[in-house]
Design a protein around this ligand. Sequence first.
Ligand code: MSP
Length: 656
Amino acid sequence: MTQENTFYITTPIYYVNDVPHIGHAYTTVAADVLARYWRLRGREVFFLTGLDEHGQKVQQAAAKAGIDPQVHCDKLSPQFETLWKKLNISNTAFIRTTDPEHKSVVQRCLQQLSDKQLIYKDSYTGWYCTFDERFWTEKDVESGLCPDCKRPVEKLSEHNYFFKMGQYQDRLIEHIKTHPNFIRPESRRNEVLGFLQTQKLGDLSISRPKSRLSWGIELPFDDNYVTYVWFDALVNYISALEYLPRTKPAGTRFWPANVHLVGKDILTTHAVYWSTMLMALNLPLPETIFAHGWWTVDGEKMSKSRGNVVDPNKMVDEFGADAFRYFLLREVPFGQDGDFSQSAMITRVNSDLANGLGNLLSRTLTLIERTQAGHIPAPGKIGPAECALERATLSLLNEVLPRHFEQLEFNRALEAIWHVVQLANQYVDKTAPWTLTKSMDDAETLRTVLYTMAETLRCLSLAAYPIIPNSAQSICSQLGISPEFTNPLLKNKIEWGGLKPGSPIHKGPSLFPRIESKPGARPVTESSVPSQPTATAPTLPSVPASPAPLQITIDEFMKIQLKTAKVLSAERVPKSEKLIKLQVSLGTEQRQIVAGIGKKYEPDLLVGKTIVIVANLKPAKLMGIESQGMVLAAGDTDVQGLLTIQEEVDPGTKVK
Ligand code: MSP
C-alpha cells in the first residue's frame, strides 16, 4: 500500500502548555533517526513534527500567564523549533494547528463526515476530566478521580456532536489482526486488540460548546461549538501534506504514513480514534503506529511538582547533541520504559563514546599522523585479522543495521555498531601498530593495519550517522573525506575500500571529551613526597643489587592486591617528561594513577588497554597529583614494556 520510494514519519504534535522536556525530545530524536536512515537508503522522506495549539490545556496555560492563547502559542512555539535545531532534527515541516490551512482541512473533514451522516448531535452526561480533556463513564471513575491522571472529575451534562466511531469496531479489529505491524510493539497491539474484543466501542464526542471552551476550531455546521482537540490534532498528519513546506507542499503521495511515533499514553487516540476517522474519510490507515515507553528520572515519575523535569536544552549544553541522542536511544529498548539519570548519561559518554569510538578515531589518526606523514596509507597483504574485521563491518552495514532500523530497534542497532567499535579496538590492541617499527615487513603490516582501522572508521561513520550525525561528519572530515550524507549512501551494498590511499587526513579535536566526575569522591592525602613507590618502576629509586634476592613468604605476597584495570584516559603531566596521568576503571570504581611511562608511551595509545596495577598501595602525590595505585611495567630505569592483558578480561579482575 505504501509507496516503495517514499517514507513518511511523524511525531505527536506537542501541546504548547509548557516548555519541551525529555519526553518530547525522545520521540523527536527517534523520528529523526528514522528520517536520516531512510534518506540514506534512498527514500524521499517527509518528516513531520509540530505543535498542538488548541484545547483546554493551552487555553488554561495562556489564562494563567494572563495572555491571549495565540500570543501564548507564538511565544512558546520558537522554544520547540530552537530545541529541534539544537538537537539536529531534520524535520521537513513544522505544523502548528493554528495555521489557517490546517484549520480549513479540519473543517473540510468535519463537513465530509457530517455530509455522510457520520456525525450526529446528542446530549451527554458524564464525568469530565479537564486535564485529560475527556469524559469518563460512571464505572470508570473511582472516588471522584480520573482513572488516568487521578485528578478530580466533574459531572457535566451537555449537548455535543458525536462521530459514529462505534460502527467501525469490527473493521478495526480485522485490520489489526491482518496487519501485524499496524500497532507495535506486539504487547501494545495485544492490549488494543484485547480492549476492542472485550468492550463495546462507543461513539466519540467531537465537539465542545464554545461556552465552556472557546480556544478551538469552529464546527463548520454549528458555530456554537469548537471541535474536540484530538479531532483537530490527529488531522495534522494529513493536513500538513497539503500545505507544508509552504514553498513546495509534500502532496498526498506520502499518505499513508509509514510510521506514527507516539508515547504509550496516546496510543488509543491514535490506534482507535484516528484509525476510525480515517476509515470514515475513506483514507488508508498508516502502516505502523509505534508506542514507545516513558522516562522516569532517578527512578521517579517526572513532574513539575517534583522539580525533576529533564530539560533537553541543558543536556545538549552539557553533553552535546550527539551524546544526548545516543543516550536516549542506547539506554532502553524502544517501546519499554526507561530511567534517566545524570550518572547513567556520564557513564555512557565515557565508556561508549569517549573510550570506544572516540578513542578508536584518535589512536588511528595519531598513528597515521606520526608514521604516515598524515596520509592514508596503501594497505599491503591482508591477513585473517583484517578479513575478520572487514567482514564484521560490512555485515553490520549491509545486513545487521537494516534489520534493526526497519524494526525500530535502536538500542540493538547501537549495540551492533559498538560491537564493531570494540572489535576494531581489540584489533588495534592485538596488532599493536606502535611496535611495528623494525623492518620492511613491519612497515607493510603497519600500513595494512592503519588502513584497516581508518576504513573501519569510515564505515562506522555511515552506520552511526542517523544517530550521531555531527560526530559521523566529524569522523569523515578528520579522515579527509566529505561524503554528502543527504545522498542515498546506503542505497547500494557498501563495499570495502572507500578510502583512497595517499589522501591527507585532518586530525581534529577529540570526538567525545571524557566527562570527569565531580571531584571530592576520594580522600586526598597531602604528603607531597611518596612514602612508598606510587608510579611504575622507572620512577622508583633503583634498588642496589644484593647478592641474594630478598625472599618473602606467600602470605606477604598475598598482601599485595594486583588487579586488572582498563585505561579510560591518559594525559601527560605538565612539565614532566616521564609522568602520565591515567584514569583507570576497576569495574566498580575509577582511579587516578600517575605513572612514569611517558618516555615510552604516547598517552593516546594507552587508552583502552587493560593493564595491571597494584590496587592496595597507599595513595601518594607525584608532582602534586594524587596517584591511587601503581601500574606494573618491565624495565629498570627505563620502561621497556607495560604489563597488558591481551584477552578480554573484566577490569578489576584479581591478578595472581
Ligand atoms: N498533543 C498531544 C498529541 C497529539 S498527536 C496528534 C499530546 N501532547 S503532549 O505534549 O502532552 O505529549 C506528547 C508526547 O510526549 C506523548 O507522546 C507522550 O507520550 C510524550 N511524553 C510525555 N512525557 C513523557 C515521558 N516522561 N517520557 C516519554 N515520553 C513522554 O499528547
